[in-house]
Write a protein that binds this ligand. Structure first.
Ligand code: PLP
Length: 455
């Protein structure tokens, strides 16, 4: 009997996976020839393994999406069961996974955000939310904050307020940026949270007045800005934005793509602002722990009514994909059954918050620690007085590169952006795992501090 020759396969050979990646994969947001991507061969819970066989504690949740950790058995089983019965279905049909995912999401969104439009991820959720707002109001302009990220597609990146917008900024997308509150680097020379809040609202009110309220369809805001630095809005800020929107007939869109689904110790981060209900809420990532691409827009009754008898002019081939929706159902049910949101809040209160504050006492190049739940940032500075960032806005620095390498060498997968390390582990991370990660971070900060002193 002749034997079938074995084909060399990247599926089983990590070195070949690396070679083929370098030969054929074009990566996001990167200079391609300079990339040396880490090959991940296995993942479980809060850990991943690289091709050298090293285990790394995942303090990134990848791109802040594996909220229930890697390979969660309930989500894996749900995807397998759905695949065995109905892998895929065009968006025009009804299907159990899609209907139940929508019901579960609507059961947790605030107020009357009870209708769910499914997308493939966060950027297209924001694109559709803005389209809905524009059609609902008959206005065109969209206001958003500097120091924000809303996605990589054309409109979403124009709404974005970080350097990733610059190469694609058309100047004609109908987007206007304003300063959100950020006391540590206040645009208003404020010295207290109250001042920052009040001045940021006065500034926004002026921007609205000068742009022309009757031209503004929507204000889109991350309820807690994520990649831009995890800046929790001061008490009263989001209430003030809501009031400005109400006064001028502007749609308020809360982008909960990163901060939602328990990340900030609430089902949705907007719940930190008592009584504020947005008109549209966008989500992705944590909705199903990112196991299969899924995002969406939760729509209130007023905007739903606009499209009750008028066609909504938008759609996606994979809107409400059954595999993604089955993963969402399993994720949300697990979150409910295992009290995951409260566990995330407690992880922040009792381990991450105090642990990072202790690191700031130890390491003078930590300028500020801020966050809540499993959503934290440490701001690294060359000098605590001047608050000079340890890497320029939109860039990196040898000190940051050293720090990240020290983390990986010691078994921690770190999330960084410019001069910041974000501590954003899965919400299922145990207190002991979180302490282990903080100890590694402590040691890496000590090791890399030689470079900081040298700069
Ligand atoms: C707040 C926020 N909005 C939108 C997006 C875009 O989501 P996606 O990459 O799924 O398109 C992201 C992604 O990081 C995000 O953090």
């Amino acid at each position: 009997m002749s034997e079938t020759p074995q084909r060399a396969s990247a599926l089983t050979d990590p070195d070949l996976a690396y070679e083929l990646d370098r030969a054929h994969v074009f990566h996001s947001w990167s200079a391609q020839a300079r990339l040396e991507p880490m090959v991940i061969t296995k993942a479980e819970g809060s850990y991943v393994w690289n091709r050298e066989g090293n285990r790394l504690l995942d303090f990134t949740s990848q791109l802040v999406f594996t909220n229930l950790g890697h390979q969660h058995p309930r989500i894996v089983a749900a995807i397998q069961q759905q695949a065995a019965s109905l892998c895929t279905l065009a968006p025009g049909y009804a299907n159990g996974a899609r209907s139940e995912a929508a019901r579960l999401i609507a059961s947790h969104t605030p107020g009357d955000l009870d209708r769910i439009f499914f997308t493939n991820g966060g950027a297209d959720a924001n694109e559709h939310a803005i389209r809905m707002a524009r059609l609902h109001t008959g206005r065109h302009k969209v206001l958003s904050a500097y120091r924000s990220y809303h996605g990589g597609t054309q409109l979403a990146v124009n709404v974005t307020g970080d350097p990733r917008r610059w190469p694609s900024d058309t100047g004609t997308a109908g987007t206007v940026h304003f300063f959100g509150p950020f006391l540590y680097r206040s645009a208003f020379s404020a010295t207290t949270e109250e001042e920052e809040c009040q001045r940021a609202l006065t500034h926004l009110e002026q921007v609205i007045g000068l742009e022309g309220p009757s031209t503004i369809a929507a204000i889109i805001l991350e309820s807690i800005p994520g990649t831009a630095g995890i800046m929790i809005p001061p008490p009263g800020y989001l209430q003030g934005v809501r009031e400005l929107c109400d006064r001028h007939g502007i749609v308020l869109i809360a982008d909960e793509v990163m901060a939602g689904f328990g990340r900030a110790g609430k089902w949705f981060a907007i719940e930190h602002a008592d009584g504020v209900v947005p008109d549209l809420l966008t989500f992705a990532k944590g909705v199903n722990s990112g196991y299969v691409p899924l995002g969406g827009v939760a729509i209130n009754e007023a905007i739903y009514s606009t499209f009750a008898d008028r066609v909504y002019p938008g759609g996606l081939t994979y809107s409400g994909h059954p595999l993604a929706c089955a993963a969402a159902v399993a994720t949300i049910e697990t979150m409910e059954d295992e009290d995951i949101v409260e566990r995330a809040a407690e992880l922040g209160r009792s381990v991450l918050g105090p642990g990072l504050a202790a690191l700031a006492v130890e390491h003078e190049w930590i300028g500020e620690v801020r966050g809540t739940g499993a959503f934290w940032a440490i701001e690294l500075v060359g000098d605590r007085e001047t608050r000079e960032p340890l890497a320029p806005y939109g860039g990196s620095s040898p000190a940051m590169t050293d720090l990240l390498a020290a983390c990986v060498r010691r078994g921690l997968l770190p999330f960084s952006n410019f001069n910041r390390i974000h501590v954003v582990p899965p919400l299922t991370t145990s207190p002991d795992e979180a302490r282990e990660g903080l100890e590694i971070l402590d040691a890496a900060l000590t090791e890399a501090s030689a470079h900081v002193r040298a700069t």
